[in-house]
Design a protein around this ligand. Structure first.
Ligand code: F6R
Length: 241
């Protein structure tokens, strides 16, 4: 694992965007794995800026998002479809047919999960995967558990995740209890991984990610087994390492 400590969130966002743009320069047909949540918002803003400045071209890029809430329609303001359009896709030249986000409203979610992994495989696997991290160590929505799933699957969100994510909803009751997420195998098969974390609330999780023992009770710890992970932190997220 390479750990880089940046001065602040803006620096972290700029470095993350430069890494993505650099990968696209190296391979214009990059298969890019994306995350939602507060952490990558700055990186997306910087990627939009770079696109408008002619510094990056998404024409042949394919994207796969990590996850989506079950039962939220794509036009629901808290769905990850909506988030991605608002924070990135509506502002760049990616082809709509190259965008992949799990369909949390599918009437056959098992089939949707199977199909999602198949599509990733057919695209040649993920070249670069962007990750955030939950305070409980989840990546994607692979929640702490006795056993972790390899493939894309339907997951019960943990009480902690529901509580943390309730900040985006009008009331606690509106937070979906289930989500579709890439599995640990899908994530670990990515060629390169960049994990972003910002703020004090992530400091303990980052310590466990970079130097804790491997355990399914803290899914991000398994990233220590991956051969090409870069962890980008601001000073606060790095404060306990
Ligand atoms: C989002 C995702 C989650 C988030 C994590 C951190 O697609 O997969 O693992 O990355 O919950 O969220 P924020 O960035 O809001 O703290």
């Amino acid at each position: 694992m390479i750990v880089k400590i940046l001065e602040n969130y803006m620096e972290l966002s700029k470095i993350a965007a430069s890494m993505v743009a650099g990968e696209i320069k190296r391979d214009d047909k990059l298969v890019l794995g994306l995350a939602t949540g507060s952490t990558p918002e700055g990186m997306y803003a910087e990627l939009i800026r770079k696109f408008k400045a002619g510094e990056v071209d998404f024409t042949d890029v394919t994207t796969f998002n990590l996850d989506e809430y079950a039962s939220l329609a794509p036009d629901h303001p808290q769905s990850y479809h909506f988030f991605m359009n608002k924070h990135l896709f509506d502002h760049i030249n990616i082809k709509p047919e190259n965008i992949n986000i799990p369909d949390g409203c599918s009437s056959d979610l098992d089939h949707e999960c199977y199909e999602y992994d198949l599509r990733i495989e057919e695209a040649g696997g993920i070249g670069l995967q962007i990750l955030g991290i939950g305070t409980n160590g989840h990546i994607g929505f692979n929640e702490p558990a006795e056993m972790l799933c390899v493939h894309t699957h339907l997951v019960d969100l943990s009480a902690e995740t529901i509580k943390v994510n309730s900040r985006f909803f009008e009331s606690f009751d509106q937070v979906p209890r289930k989500a579709v997420t890439m599995g640990m195998g899908t994530i670990m098969h990515a060629e390169k991984i960049v994990l972003l974390a910002s703020g004090k609330s992530k400091a303990a999780a980052i310590r466990q990610t970079v130097s804790g023992g491997l355990t399914t009770a803290f899914p991000a710890s398994l990233l220590q087994l991956h051969k090409n992970v870069t962890v980008l932190l601001d000073r606060e997220a790095a404060s306990l390492i």
